[in-house]
Every structure is written in structure tokens, then in C-alpha cells.
Design a protein around this ligand. Sequence first.
Ligand code: URA
Length: 256
Amino acid sequence: MRYYHIGFGREDLGPNPPTTALLSGDPERAQVIAERHLQAARLLSQHRGLNSYVGLLPNGMPVLSATSGMGAPSLSIVVNELRQVGIRQIIRIGTTGSIQPHVLPGSVVISSAALCRQGAANDIAPLEYPAAADPFLTVALAQAAQTLGVEHYVGITASVDTFYEGQERTESSANPNLLRRLQGITEEYRRLNVLNYEMECGTLFKMAGVYGFAAGCVCGVIAQRTTGESVVLEQKAIAVDNAIRVALLAASIHPG
Ligand code: URA
């Protein structure tokens, strides 16, 4: 049986099926992981832009490289179906905007927990339910970053539903009218020691708690919101490559 959205099923995963998924927001990133970093990589499906591949880590462990799409509603569908094909551990590999002056583009943020301001998560667990990463997987991600010499920060991430309004963008947005409750939210979060903004890991972490799987998140920093709104394109390739390498090594340290 093939699952409706991801476009593959358990029987497509072969005799040694993966239990860990590397989950990228961007289908091209899922492809790069498969083609440049996995051995014997094989395309599973390209349904609705949710590209999925299976391949082997350098230690021979099978892993899935899959796509969540942008934002929590899409991620929630993919994660639900990945659980049904037997995935027990998910590492999100994303991009992010730093809201702390010392967290610079090119580095990575490893999320220990999320401030979850996401509507999709409210269909899965109560608002108060903790959005926490798996502690052991989080340590493995930090160890991997340390081993690789990648500049990294471990801490709390704000997961929100919108890139523009929800992350207090006005100058680069078509909508200059921010709701009162969002005016000054970035500075408020900065003072609460939140490290960064992204759009998926809060829901992923709540799903992990409810469904019973291990989840972690590593994001490459591509914007510095204490100095501006835009993505620092010159740093994007290095930030994403750092996040991918950290996730791959963590998956072999913590097989799931
Ligand atoms: N992803 C986000 O959600 N925000 C950013 O600023 C950059 C990437």
C-alpha cells in the first residue's frame, strides 16, 4: 500500500527498511542529501514535491531522506505517514532566522525545545503540551557539531506559522500592517532567550511526544534578524551544508 501524500509504502523500503528519516523542508535539499551524502541512494517518490529517497549512511545504516514541505500543516501530514511506514526517529534539517546578535549566519541552531505558536499542533495536542526535542538525539546533534567543528547553539526555537507577519517582517512584506500582538514580539522573544525563528519544529516535537517517536532539529542560520529582515544569500550554502553534515553524523551516533 502506498500512502496518499508521500507516495510510497513500507513495501517500497526493501528488506532492510530505515527507521530514521532526515526531513528537509525543501525537496531539493532532500535530493542533495540523497545524491551527495548517501550511498546506493534510490528515489522512492516525487509526489506533490514531497521527494523521498532511501540510501545508506557511511556506516551502512539505512536512512530516509524525505521532504516536509513548508510549514506545519504539510509537515504534520508527512510525519503522520512516515510513522505509518515504520519511521521511529526524525531529524529535521531546516533553515532559520537568528534573533540573537551572537548567532550568526552560517552557524547552526540545534533546538532543545520550541515555543510552539502553530495552529496545526493544536489539532494534535493541547496548547500547553510541551514541544520538546528528544534529549538524547539533541545531545547527539551537539556532539556531531562539535566533532565537525561546526559553530552551533543549542536552545529554544520559536516555531511560527508565517514567515512574514509571524516573524515580524514589515519592510520586506506585502503587508505593512502588523497585528498589535505581533509588534515587538521578536524583541520580547530575544529577551526570553529564544534563539531563532523557523516554521516546523514545534509541531514536529509535539507530534513526537504524542505519537511516541524521537525528534530533533538542526537548522542552518540564513538570516540575522537583529540587523535586518532579509536572507543572507552568501551564507545560505554553508549554513545548509553544515546542518546536513551535523544531521548525518548525529544519525549514525544515535541510530534510533
Ligand atoms: N526560515 C524562517 O522561518 N525564517 C527565516 O528568517 C529564515 C528561514
